[in-house]
Design a protein. Sequence first.
Length: 230
Amino acid sequence: MSLSPNKKILIVEDEPDVVDLLALQLKKAGGFTVISAHDGAEGVKKARAEAPALIVLDLMLPRMPGLEVCKVLKTDSLTSHIPIIMLTAKAEEVDRIVGLEFGADDYVTKPFSPREMLLRIKAILRRGAGELAEEQLTRGPITLDSARHRVLVGGKPVVLTAVEFKLLSMLMHRPGRVQARDRLLNEVWGYESAIDTRTVDTHVRRLREKLGKSAGVIETVRGFGYRLRE
């Protein structure tokens, strides 16, 4: 994947050692500009001012917790499209699920491998760069405009995160065809090996909520995956 010279990554983390470790790995990889914030409130301000390509967000932050930062950024039209990778020292499932419910794209638990984090970042950025451009697709009441990153349901705009948009795009391009959870993880998240497939279920649930009365177009195929109703 080619990266532009000004591919900005915002690291919102109060531990200087973690920031330095990630910044070193990203600079070694080349093509990245690293900016950082040391508390949640500063993270929100920098996300709005700097418009980074991706945010690495620690959940345990002073001034404003990471989950609150995630919620604020994902409900703001200026920042809702920016992918977020949550970083947490906690192993509890509830923190991960709540973060995903708020719209985070992925999570990494401390202690983590800097190389793995780099691979996750590149996978998310590659996913965004690979979206089909100059294409408008309509299935029933839903219209997806890839070039403008816009979704209309019954003619009204619906704000989706980057992951939700990609999920809907994959399903709309393959109407009637069942998409296995592990295939969605591979094509939407860019992972070669399966992680917790409940990540997929959480994002599909959020997507259905946003589609409102049209949520029924996404069918669950029990024990396998999802498909878009023809």
